[in-house]
Design a protein around this ligand. Sequence first.
Ligand code: GLY
Ligand code: MN
Ligand code: MN
Length: 484
Amino acid sequence: MNNENGEVTTDKPKRIHDQAPSELFSNFMKSGWAPSNLENLAPLEVVTYAYSRRQVLSSAFKGIRLVLPAGGYKVRANDTDYNYRPHSAFVYYSGVQGSDATADAVLVLEPSGDSHITYLYMNPRSTRDTDAFYRDAKYGELWVGRRFTLEEAKACYQIDTKHLDDLTQLLEDGKETLIVRDVDSNVDKKVVKHDREDEFAIFLSEQRLCKDEYEIRELQAAVDATALGFNDVIAAIPAAVETPRGERVLDAAFYGRARILGNDLGYNTIVGAGSHACVLHWIRNDGNVRSGELVLVDAGVERESFYTADITRTLPVNGKFTPAQRALYMLVYESQLAGFAAVKPGVLFSEINKACQAVLARGLADMGVLTVSAEESLKPEVGLHRRWTLHGVSHHLGLDVHDCAQARKEMYLDAPLREGMVLTVEPGLYIQPDDELFAPEYRGIGIRIEDDVMVTADGYRNLSENIPRHPDDIEKWMKRILGN
Ligand code: GLY
Ligand code: MN
Ligand code: MN
């Protein structure tokens, strides 16, 4: 669409049929429908947890309006969008879940006395007395399905709901307001930057460092669904070997499970067969899968609650590790055990990485590939072993796969572990195919073992302990599923 100056404008509502309906058609479409009410919607289990989270947030920013947008659709191509996924801070404080999450919603904590009252501004159901329900290809329910009415959303989330159309007036009233910026450009435009905005973003991240009971249950369920996804991956290996670009076969096998049991993938699955395992973010997944090689699969199911697992297993394609594969695998395995042992309250987060790297560096020194001693290599200014270890071994896990990303260093890397934190332990070794420092039988082998652990009062609980890790157990696991 062009405006009168001939410039392309974007103010036209997207995907509403251009031609206005005749009055006859409009009236016809709006009449003759049975009432549609979703009766007796129960409050979601998350409601009490989301309420407590808001109380904590409220007391840290008294007297200031707090605005957390869910964000809108993201264009994939022309007029098709990616599946909608709301922003994690919005999810954390609202409790909105799965397919009932509506694009462009905004959570507002409005100051009231010493606390805040919460409102959910949302685009409610386009009822049958509007033209939108059949004309609007982006939001109309004959196009994309039914949304909650304001009353229905209130029943589920136990938050007062308001129409999104009322938000502009609120945001333009000049009251002191903090927003989560860069999530919703409409909100960004209406609210001037506040000098506590960075502090606000950091607070939102740091509040999520320790998980509540609901979050632990959801993360465990995400891991359990992911375990089934790994079974599916193994079952698909014979087809992957037979099929050109077999990595895609394994990618698709896991994706099916993520969509069936969860909302989606928590992140793009990495399927690295052979030397593709040495490319850390190999998400092209367009390589062949060959007998005799390993295949590294890093994948996680995201639940309807938007919590995700993050698990990596490295599997021998033909079900048996070669001696060279097993030797490298055992080094990573021992490294991970050292990482697990470091996980307990009071220990610095960064100690997990140190424990893992120490084992890897010693193993690499024993293999004769380091030109300095392991102890020398482990000095931060030396770090030669990092040629093969490449990345840190832990991150927080939750609504985001790399959760709490805006937490300050002193609250994350340099902070003592606390009960209720959930993090990954994921050491790896990656011998590039052209690495002449290693004997030929090791070249092109990439191994990572990644588990999701919760810090307990006296140590840790491995949420993914039921997914085999030891090479003997992996071989048995594959035999059980593939029967050979
Ligand atoms: N899957 C991303 C990661 O392991 O951090
Ligand atoms: Mn990870
Ligand atoms: Mn991962």
